[in-house]
Design a protein around this ligand. Sequence first.
Ligand code: IPM
Ligand code: MN
Length: 363
Amino acid sequence: MEARIVVLPGDGIGPEVVAAALAVLPAVAARYGHTFETEEHLIGGGAIDACGTALPDETRRACLQADAVLLGAVGGPQWDDPAAPVRPEQGLLAIRQAMGLFANLRPVRPHPDLLAASPLRPERLQGVDLLVVRELTGGIYFGTPRERRTVNGEIQAVDTLVYSQSEIRRVSHVAFQAARQRRGKVTSVDKANVLESSRLWRQTVNEVAAEYPGVVLEHVLVDAAAMHLLTRPASFDVIVTENMFGDILTDEASVLAGSMGNLPSASLGETRNRHGFPRGLYEPIHGSAPDIAGRGIANPIGTILSLALLLRHSLGLEGEARAVEAAVAQTLAAGYRTADLAANGQKPLNTQEIEAVIVSHLG
Ligand code: IPM
Ligand code: MN
């Protein structure tokens, strides 16, 4: 297999965790006889500084021609001025939209040796293995109007939560198809007791469910879902929800896996790469962590597991994906921890040290 991967390191710890994943790639190539070409491009704050825009045309073009895209993180305090005309996050939203990536898959499966790293009681975490399918190109992140205006002499701001049935339908299909490969249960999360968009969401998910008689569907309101994620996390299989609910609930769910630093994601749409697989964007769910950026101590596991998802979904390399996941699992089982995971008194590994251990398991 010859694959072209566009790499968008981004801001903060993005370049550090992406470098670790790029150290894993040659090990996979050598072991399985593949050729992976990588090409780096600017996105986010770095792109704003260099080109005045968070998603330069060159980056967009490269992503649309790649077999897959691996991204670190975007954002940082130096670009946070609320009055700034451009923001790093716009780059990420724009590339998701340009690539048509409407389904964001965020698997949460705590490693058995990391149960103590979570603030939840270990018995609550037994058997947790869930997949959040977050709608990624609609809802309040993209709806218009989105503006400030003056009403009765004072400033007002408006965002718009809008969904079309086709948007709900296509992401629901992704969730039901995933559930068929898993434990056969979908939990649709909405706020149908208040929001019209959620009532359409619920109705549409019900219609799609009729095409999947083998899958059990439950509807849970988002406030209750936030609670159930902590009180009965093992009861979930596939969760499907709109863009902002999914953003919030997956940060919460990452607590189940011991650290946000561990969680990968895959964003997929309908377009295919030249190998016939979805042209996806793969990124850890964490942000740019400006507080630790530049110190070389970030946990690269979320990005390395995102690379595994890239191998699986965009290149069809299931065995290779499993090998990377196994290398991470073996590293954790052997007791190696980055600072975010280390127990009191344990000396943590830095980014390059844990990367080296993971790579050694791929030899
Ligand atoms: C995420 C992030 C992004 C989002 C931000 C950086 C725009 O929080 O991927 O979860 O909200 O989608
Ligand atoms: Mn988020």
